[in-house]
Design a protein around this ligand. Sequence first.
Ligand code: NAP
Length: 326
Amino acid sequence: MAVPVWFISSACLGALYVAAVCSRLIAYLALCLRRPKDLCRSYGSWAIITGPTSGLGRSMALELARRGLNLVLVDLNAANLRETSDTIKSLHTVRIKTVVFDLCLVATPQGDEAMRRLREGIEGLDVGLLVNNAAVNTRGALYLHEVEIERLVRMIRVNLWALTEVTAAVLPRMLERGRGAILNVGSGSTVAVPSFPLYTVYSSTKRYVSQFSRSLYVEYKSKGIDVQYQVPFYVDTGMLSSAVKAKLRPWFVATADEYTRTAARWIGNGPLCVPGAAQKLQWCLTGFVPDCVHDWYRIRLHLQHRAILRGGQAIADGNSWDKLTS
Ligand SMILES: NC(=O)c1ccc[n+]([C@@H]2O[C@H](COP(=O)([O-])OP(=O)(O)OC[C@H]3O[C@@H](n4cnc5c(N)ncnc54)[C@H](OP(=O)(O)O)[C@@H]3O)[C@@H](O)[C@H]2O)c1
């Protein structure tokens, strides 16, 4: 009996899909087994990191110092910078420079002055790595009209505008030396789900960073510069509000140190990276869920975050869904 054409076509497509998944899995396993890249030797002895005084940034600064990189720390608070720098120096023998820069002042006279200090600070340094980590979010899940406009402007300035200017300032030196890596810290809200309601501007700024990173990856790959967009899902830092934490299973949430240990290992390996096995699993599983189900679930979940933020625990527990959605 002749085998129908549709059956052969489906089998071929299925086989291709399985082969693609297997090859990615093998590449992933091979990378896990390989020794981590020597970042100093591959890219240069200095790393610039924005937002290094808390959360992922602080943890990443410590991890990079552990790997022998000297650091340029960029943050808005001089006292926090000093404390972070002292802590790192007490643990690792590296050189550290600090630049006080409130990134939300970018493209203002004070921002230009800070950018000039940053340029001066890195003059003559073998800067191999830029970690664009600093970002701000809203205080929690809120409708767009509920967020103060100043907060939205600050978010856009820090998350997207400053990141763009700092990257443009660092690239020429990397180009001169023909090597370097740029790590842009994104968010799971951009790759795993089709929408991120009630955190709309935050997730939109991260969409920008995602497209920015991918395009730069293509622009500069042939010039020896690796640009990567890294995607944390849920990591236990100050940015993760108590409302979000309250609704999460503990195994969904990585500690900053767990996250950055894996994240540092993946620097320079491809344009997109979701560090950590649990986070990768979340990413894979979300891929099977239809967009309309994601949308339905997200708005429901984020309205619960909003209810917790407003002190409405009883509503968040589902006692009065009508009030919740009003
Ligand atoms: N935690 C998560 O679950 C999660 C999930 C997805 C993505 N991310 C991303 O991970 C990155 C790090 O976030 P995090 O969770 O570590 O948050 P975090 O603990 O709030 O750290 C943010 C850092 O950025 C700095 N910063 C904020 N505004 C700044 C400004 N105007 N100028 C200069 N520096 C500024 C902060 O400095 P101060 O401490 O002095 O304020 C802090 O060092 C962000 O890009 C975030 O979007 C985090």
